[in-house]
Design a protein around this ligand. Structure first.
Ligand code: T4K
Length: 369
């Protein structure tokens, strides 16, 4: 039996060697050009444009600002159909733009917004659909994109978890009108703090590039957008450039850990694991497990038992964002029984490149007992 005093967290940031990072920041250190679209920022932008197979890509200080400004750049008013099964950032970005979230239920297998339920929620006030590729599971993009085209709605994907995900032969960034990625330290690919947006309309791209720089073009004199400071610094871009070199190995190691979990948990009755989805190339960002049995609070019991052994699994995403007190009076909680049920049963197990086989076995032993 395992006897290790170190906590095992839900994830652990991937890091280049100290020497590799120091080498990356060396020239910048001497030049004293630390931020404001510096050399490393521009180089990372070019690399990520290739990564996302996109013409229009912008870096941001974090994923939340990327999403909030992406929504602002679409200049919308009214209601946005969205999922409550997400991190609070998604809903906050909608509300902080003066838009009203209308919560749609999720698919019980994919855990993403249920396209069958979207059309019933469309009113004359609906302006957009905000889907979340939760845990790197793609939304049903083809159906959502066609519903949006039929009703003249914008489609925004919160792809915070979906770096390197491909779906139906395309990079996930190339669905919908705009996709936001988080490059936070807890993500598969990170820049410590950071975010990115892929969009397809050059006018929107231009607005967005001003919004992240106080509303004006860098070096310009007039600001025609109500912007903020959401620029990425050179230190963050340097980490991003280093981590990009290692992303293949990072994902491969996460795949191995995930497959080890699958082997040990796959035959257990009462556990729903990551869904098999045709056309999906995964990034192994999260390892969600759904406790299907009827025993009350079996997810909570498993979480407590793991914690007693120093294993910090996380209930991403409980509670639903529609239940957050800061949204009271700003939106209806919606009718989302599937999302509520999943939020009460889901647990994300530790998953990161250096997680040992012994730890995986110990975690599974605790869960299966
Ligand atoms: N949309 C969605 C769907 C999102 O999930 C998120 C963020 C966003 C939008 C907004 O993107 P950002 O603005 O964050 O770029 C974490 C992350 O802070 C957040 O990025 C993420 N989603 C959310 C799901 O999880 P916490 O409060 O659970 O993280 P924390 O600090 O408890 O860290 C979790 C574990 O990660 C720690 O136990 C250990 C490890 N860790 C953490 C940090 C901060 C590291 O190894 N290194 C670190 O530096 O929110």
């Amino acid at each position: 039996m395992k006897n290790d005093s170190k906590p095992v967290y839900v994830t652990r940031s991937s890091m280049p060697s100290f020497e590799e990072y120091a080498d990356m920041i060396h020239a910048m250190w001497n030049s004293r050009w630390l931020t404001n679209m510096g050399y490393l920022h521009e180089e990372l932008t070019e690399r990520l444009k290739k990564e996302f197979e996109a013409e229009h890509f912008l870096l941001f200080s974090n994923g939340h600002m990327a999403l909030e400004l992406a929504l602002q750049s679409l200049e919308m008013k009214g209601e946005v159909i969205t999922t409550p099964f997400t991190f609070i950032s998604t809903t906050q970005a909608i509300i902080r733009n003066g838009l009203t979230p209308v919560f749609c239920d999720i698919d019980p297998v994919r855990l993403t917004i249920d396209p069958e339920k979207i059309e019933d929620l469309i009113t004359e006030k609906t302006c957009a659909i905000v889907g979340v590729h939760v845990y790197g599971i793609p939304c049903e993009t083809r159906i959502i994109d066609s519903i949006a085209a039929k009703h003249g709605l914008k489609v925004i994907y919160d792809a915070a978890h979906a770096f390197r995900v491909r779906y139906m032969g395309k990079n996930i960034a190339n669905y919908g009108d705009v996709s936001m990625f988080s490059f936070h330290a807890t993500k598969v690919y990170h820049t410590i703090e950071g975010g990115g947006v892929v969009c397809h309309d050059p006018k929107q791209y231009s607005r967005l590039s001003r919004l992240r720089n106080f509303g004006f073009f860098y070096g310009g004199l007039d600001g025609d957008q109500l912007g903020v400071n959401a620029k990425m610094s050179e230190f963050h871009a340097a980490m991003g450039l280093c981590n990009l070199r290692h992303i293949e190995q990072e994902i491969q190691k996460r795949k191995e850990v995930s497959e080890h979990y699958d082997q040990l948990l796959g035959k257990a009755k009462g556990l729903q694991l990551f869904p098999a989805i045709e056309g999906l190339e995964r990034n192994y960002a999260y390892y969600p497990v759904i406790f299907l049995d009827n025993a009350p609070k079996s997810r909570d019991k498993a979480c407590e038992d793991l914690e007693k052994e120093g294993i910090i699994a996380r209930k991403y995403f409980y509670p639903l964002t529609s239940a957050f007190s800061c949204f009271k009076g700003r939106s209806d909680q919606g009718n989302t029984p599937v999302a509520e049920d999943i939020a009460n049963r889901v647990l994300c197990l530790p998953l990161y490149a250096g997680l040992s086989a012994e730890d995986v076995e110990w975690i599974c032993h605790i869960i299966l007992n």
